[in-house]
Design a binder for this molecule. Sequence first.
Ligand code: PEP
Ligand code: MN
Length: 339
Amino acid sequence: MIIVIKQNPDEKQLNNLVKWVRSLGLEVHMSRGENTNIMGLIGDTSAVDIDLIRSLDIVETVKRIQEPYKNANRKFHPQDTVVSVGGYPIGGGHFQFMAGPCSVESEEQVIAIAKAVKEAGATILRGGAFKPRTSPYAFQGLGESGIQLLLEAKRETGMPIVTELMSVRHIDAFRDVDMIQIGARNMQNFELLKEVGRTDKPILLKRGLANTIQEWLMSAEYIMSEGNMNVVLCERGIRTFEPYTRNTLDLSAIPLLRDLTHLPIIVDPSHASGISKLVAPMSLAAVGAGTDGLMIEVHNNPACALCDGPQALTPEQFADVVKNVDVLLPIVHRVRDGK
Ligand code: PEP
Ligand code: MN
């Protein structure tokens, strides 16, 4: 971290700043010029409050040289992390399809969809039991019984399951879930992040609706700082001024994150676009940009879905996406494998 000190600073305040920085276990390197004085902080500055320093009278500007995330940072962990979900690896060249309904609606529905997406090539079954709906009057999901139905589908098909945890209160119901999803709306629910950080389950961390890449990585850091390194990032579109699509898929986040972090990155083109017709082209684009997997909403009867029908693919449409993605995977050095 570099602190630019104003001209002719109050020496007492400057000494106090140096003492305080040293008390944090950091070394101080001072370079005094004719017009500017620059203070370099050497050591781990991730716990230093940059806004506090910026607010001091004697400080002109402050710049972070080192990123505030350590565990997620590729600098300290150059190899790709591979996260295994029920025997299916994600990252480091391994690619998976996660597919299933937005919400679990009934036993017949989830089992029929699970069988169809498995047949098409999906290896991980998705389905919401606890649903984060904008309206309190909309279908809220089946809750714990929805998880039981997902587990039933897992028994029938052998597919590991991923489902969203919205509250620390529900965590006991997730004991047999293979991967816990933290949804966009909870990306900065720090207590929830810490709680899943204390489990040993793979975590699917979706990007918040209006969060920067750095904020997203800091949320991953929350999970990892509690000891759980099995984090997969999921780009699911961000809010922009464009109303034609539900969100705007930020594909540039993928190659960017690839340099910043060793964690696997997947894409959810369903929530990113909100329109079923856009899911196939956005899936191919995401593969081109280097995604390690795709999470796609599939429904056996999209017109009657209780949630997110307009963005759901039919099992046949999903099978087509898999076929087309398979053509591209060798070009981006990815394989679909596992178990
Ligand atoms: C979901 O995957 O079911 C979901 C609600 O997604 P998001 O949190 O990205 O909106
Ligand atoms: Mn949905």
